[in-house]
Design a protein around this ligand. Structure first.
Ligand SMILES: [Zn+2]
Length: 72
């Protein structure tokens, strides 16, 4: 059992780094409410653009803002 946990912990940084790489490669994901092709101008989730920033990208922007505010 302990080996399974060790394996999971060992994989975690790889998964996290992969996710960060995806976020930087393409920070904008497809809006899950509109779906491709079904662009909805009245969609509130994406403001009618059909694209939404990924959660990882939002976290990055948030962290960057926090750091910038701390450097006053
Ligand atoms: Zn949308």
């Amino acid at each position: 059992m302990a080996s399974v946990i060790t394996l999971l912990v060992a994989c975690l940084p790889v998964v996290t780094l992969s996710y960060i790489a995806v976020c930087f490669a393409s920070p904008w994901g497809t809006c899950t409410r509109c779906r491709p092709g079904g662009k909805n101008r009245t969609c509130r989730a994406c403001n009618g653009t059909g694209k939404r920033p990924r959660l990882g990208w939002q976290l990055y922007v948030y962290a960057r803002r926090l750091r910038r505010d701390g450097n006053h």
